[in-house]
Design a protein around this ligand. Structure first.
Ligand code: ATP
Ligand code: MG
Length: 393
């Protein structure tokens, strides 16, 4: 029997549940990843114990989703989600089971899970429980819905998107019947909350096989992100070298309009930092090999460091410039080239002393920064003062 690693905390939880007369296993993604030789992200535990029983056995627990049978047990400071074996009732609007009921049969809990490779559980005593052929699908690199794909996608349409996200992350093929059901149920994705979609989309983008999946399943993705309809993808090797965040930006850069990106990010309720970075990058893809050093310095005065470096990587991936532009920008940043008003060896107070008032102060500081960046004035106090005094007259 194959022995899988279980972290000490999870093992103690399983042992304690067992000494109290219950069944308990690690389940889902962690079993899949352990079998693939990958470090699992976190360990979930499934048990025959009812939520109240779980809570009475362990000292430190948090009611994470009591109604759905989930209690978080904290062991050595690490939280583990412990969920009672569960059968989902009827589903509403392709997303929520109206009710759930608990069961004593682990196979029934595995039956409610999305894909065979995610429907595996394990403990040291019983080994792997594989009720739906998950091990064979793992070996053959196949994503297959547990039981009837049409039924499963009609219950919860998010599974349609999860199927392609696992294909992108694991590099697996989607089994034919499951693939046909994806096409049939993709329009139900409109019933799924944008937050749930965006979690899966980010994971998809981070996948080693994201490019292939975006190419093959763009019609599914555009059900959730219609802005990407009809885009021409960048070159594969260059796309592959980008981070998930950069990949999202480049897809919208292929659309070409930062307004479209902004609208999509607002609709998907993406955080402002991600939204602003992408906006700045898409609006500043003006980098080219022919840019002189003063031009690059000036660019850095208008575009924040992180956005500038991201823009350089994306401009390269789009074939608009060579990698050297990134290196040159990085070098200027490391050399701490003056690129914001705060870097000037003169400040607003000194301009007031020279007779500047109101808006003219900010305007002069901007002008001085431009001149310094372009190498037309040295960043030295007396030179800056001299210029301002003569210009102010
Ligand atoms: P990851 O490594 O990205 O966390 P995961 O397989 O652990 O992948 P989770 O979203 O953490 O995915 O879900 C944990 C487990 O819960 C899954 O492996 C699967 O068994 C089950 N599951 C999650 N979402 C669904 C769903 N929408 N329908 C059915 N089962 C699901
Ligand atoms: Mg997980």
């Amino acid at each position: 029997m194959k022995k899988l690693f279980i972290p000490a905390g999870a093992e103690r939880i399983i042992e304690k549940l067992k000494t109290n007369g219950h069944e308990a296993y690690i389940v889902g993604g962690c079993v899949r990843d352990a079998l693939l030789g990958k470090a699992p992200y976190d360990y979930d535990i499934t048990t025959s114990a009812l939520p109240e029983e779980i809570k009475s056995i362990f000292e430190k627990t948090v009611d994470t989703g009591i109604a759905h049978g989930t209690v978080t047990v904290i062991c050595d400071g690490v939280p583990y989600e412990v969920t009672t074996f569960r059968i989902d009732g009827e589903y509403q609007d392709s997303r929520h089971p109206v009710s759930v009921s608990f069961t004593k049969k682990v196979e029934l809990d595995l039956a409610r899970r999305d894909f065979t490779v995610n429907a595996l559980c394990y403990n040291h005593e019983s080994g792997i429980i594989d009720a739906f052929g998950g091990i064979s699908d793992l070996e053959n690199k196949i994503i297959r819905a547990v039981r009837d794909p049409e039924l499963r996608f009609s219950e919860d349409a998010l599974r349609v998107f999860r199927a392609i996200r696992f294909a992108a992350v694991l590099g697996f093929n989607i089994e034919d019947k499951t693939k046909r059901a994806i096409r049939e149920y993709k329009t139900s994705l409109k019933n799924i909350s944008v937050e749930r979609i965006y979690i899966e989309w980010k994971k998809l983008l981070s996948g080693k096989w994201a490019y292939t999946v975006i190419e093959e399943y763009l019609d599914v993705i555009t059900e959730c992100i219609p802005e990407l309809n009809g885009i021409k993808l960048p070159e594969r090797v260059k796309f592959d070298a980008l981070t998930a965040e950069e990949r999202q930006i480049i897809l919208f850069a292929c659309v070409g309009d930062s307004k479209v990106y902004e609208n999509a990010m607002c609709r998907l309720r993406v955080d402002n930092k991600t939204k602003d970075l992408g906006m700045t990058v898409i609006n500043n893809l003006t980098l080219s090999d022919g840019m002189t050093e003063p031009e690059l310095r000036l660019y850095l005065c208008n575009v924040a460091d992180e956005a500038a470096l991201t823009a350089a990587r994306i401009a390269f991936a789009l074939g608009r410039c060579s990698e050297s532009v990134y290196e040159r920008l990085k070098h200027l940043i490391e050399a701490d080239t003056p690129r914001s008003i705060a870097d000037l060896k003169i400040d607003g107070r000194e301009l007031i002393d020279l007779g500047f008032r109101g808006e003219r102060i900010g305007r002069m500081l901007k002008e001085l920064l431009t001149l310094v960046a372009m190498g037309k004035i040295e960043n030295e106090k007396h030179k800056l003062k001299e210029y301002a005094a003569s210009a102010g007259k």
